[in-house]
Design a protein. Sequence first.
Length: 297
Amino acid sequence: MIISYKIHELTDYINWIYFFHAWGFQPRFAGIANIHGCDTCRALWLRNFEESERLKASEAMQLFKEAQRMLWKLDEEYKVHAIFRLCEANSDGDNLLLDGTVFPLLRQQTIKPGGSPYYLCLSDFVRPASSGITDTVGIFATTVDAGMEQLYENDPYKRMLVHVLAERLAEAAAERMHEQVRKEFWGYAKEEKLTITQLLNEEYQGIRPAVGYPSLPDQSVVFLLDDLLHMNEIGITLTENGAMNPRASVCGLMLSHPQARYFSIGKIGDDQLTDYAQRRGRSIEEMRKFLAANLTD
């Protein structure tokens, strides 16, 4: 299913902490996004900072104003798009079976602090095929209109502003789409009533791991998702290395298990690399390239 959003439909779902992080601001300066826009409220917000930090806070305030103006300008011509699919699914060891497609995953191998005996894999949160009961797993992709990333070629500041906002809008579309999936399309959390703050704090049931993130680090699985989703229907194309164009794009999985949580795969050994390459149907050297950051020295 495809959903297209006007930008003003997504502004409440933007995580401003990551926007300000891209500009070198610490999280506390992102609090300006939660302040009423009147002069009195802004002045009170500034007074909460030590005098040595007020200049930085003023810069954050100005940046937020300019971001807001840019969002309203972009809203006149551009949209953000999401595509998702709810797949019949089961787990088979460290693989997911999604509508008949084998989707290999990685499992933690390194010893964790406290000596926890559990080595997680995303497949742990999906019913095993041996149960004889079919489960559901969602897959998704979101992106901005491609033309958005081509704006302001001769204005480096505005160009960066648009690019950072585009990345946040792709993530905001994923947040909004996931909310609709949980409450309407999949409907496993129909009674969910969370504030935007709670949504951004991931207090909902289930998880939405994206490709390239710690629990799903292999960028090459984007090709498997594309085979199932046909991302070109919302304007996403893939490079030979699995990078998505437009760059402001996100794709991944949606899992509903109440105990599902985010985690980092961390380092894996040659034994898992070899096994994973076999399950992916690719050479060890090719998978070594995609998983370089996860390999032990």
